[in-house]
Write a protein that binds this ligand. Structure first.
Ligand SMILES: [Zn+2]
Ligand SMILES: [Zn+2]
Length: 257
């Protein structure tokens, strides 16, 4: 089964979706789903308060729904200084999947357009890709690295291409392989135009570096967005030669269609 490995419900600060609606939408689309609620303790530095939810309550509410098609995960905001606490949370609970995300970099909010003002694209991306590599090395307990394109959604910069930053990408790919962390295909944006070309470049580079697996992620905050752009992603991954997987009890499972 194909799984949507990254989506949010009302345990996330930016979603009001009900698990029941998610499960109904997933069933209708013939997809498995993993809820991955936001925990960004690092937002403390970026905006002055952490983005948080009670993990005990999450398990109490959602674990009874666990099935072959529904699994429990979390999306942890990675940044320097939060590694020990994130590891404690990740390993302290019976998650199926722990996603690592760079929503901030050294305490700077990567979704803030102001942060990018006056910055040069090349300088930023080299720094960002190196930081992502270091975060994977510091947090090897995660199963997947989310939305590498996150800053490209907000910055007034071109999309990321391996050809533009070959050394930095190589370093990141090697770190992912060494930690056995899967690179996520985040499908919040459709794979059209420059975004499609950028994703082809990134995932081809990942495959050439020895990467074999990807997770597919709608990053949905409402039930109807589950599985968005999956058909295009499945086609692209097949062309590149990457296998789609998901995680159950943190073990990788290859999806059969
Ligand atoms: Zn995220
Ligand atoms: Zn997310």
């Amino acid at each position: 089964m194909i799984f949507d490995t990254h989506l949010h419900t009302e345990f996330s600060f930016d979603s009001a979706e009900k698990l029941e609606a998610v499960l109904a939408s997933a069933k209708q689309k013939n997809l498995g789903v993993i809820t991955t609620e936001h925990k960004d303790l690092n937002y403390l530095e970026a905006v002055g308060f952490p983005i948080d939810f009670n993990v005990d309550d999450y398990f109490k509410a959602y674990a009874p729904y666990r099935s072959e098609n529904y699994l429990l995960g979390i999306e942890l905001g990675l940044d320097r200084g939060y590694t020990a606490e994130n590891r404690r949370i990740a390993l302290g609970y019976d998650f199926d999947l722990v996603i690592g995300s760079l929503h901030t970099m050294a305490g700077q909010n990567l979704s803030s357009r102001r942060f990018f003002q006056g910055m040069e694209a090349g300088n930023f991306y080299r720094q960002y890709l190196t930081y992502a590599k270091e975060m994977v090395e510091e947090n090897p307990y995660i199963q997947s690295l989310a939305h590498l394109d996150y800053p490209s959604r907000y910055a007034p910069f071109p999309e990321l291409f391996v050809e533009d930053y070959p050394e930095e990408f190589q370093g990141l790919f090697e770190a992912l392989l060494a930690a056995d962390v899967t690179l996520e295909v985040n499908l919040k944006r459709p794979l059209e135009g420059e975004v499609g070309r950028s994703f082809r470049s990134i995932f081809t580079g990942y495959q050439k570096a020895g990467g074999r697996f990807v997770t597919l992620a709608s990053d949905a905050h409402i039930a109807e967005d589950i599985g968005r752009n999956f058909e295009d992603a499945l086609k692209l991954m097949e062309e590149i030669g990457l296998k789609v997987c998901y995680y159950k009890k943190r073990e990788r499972i290859i999806s059969e269609r």
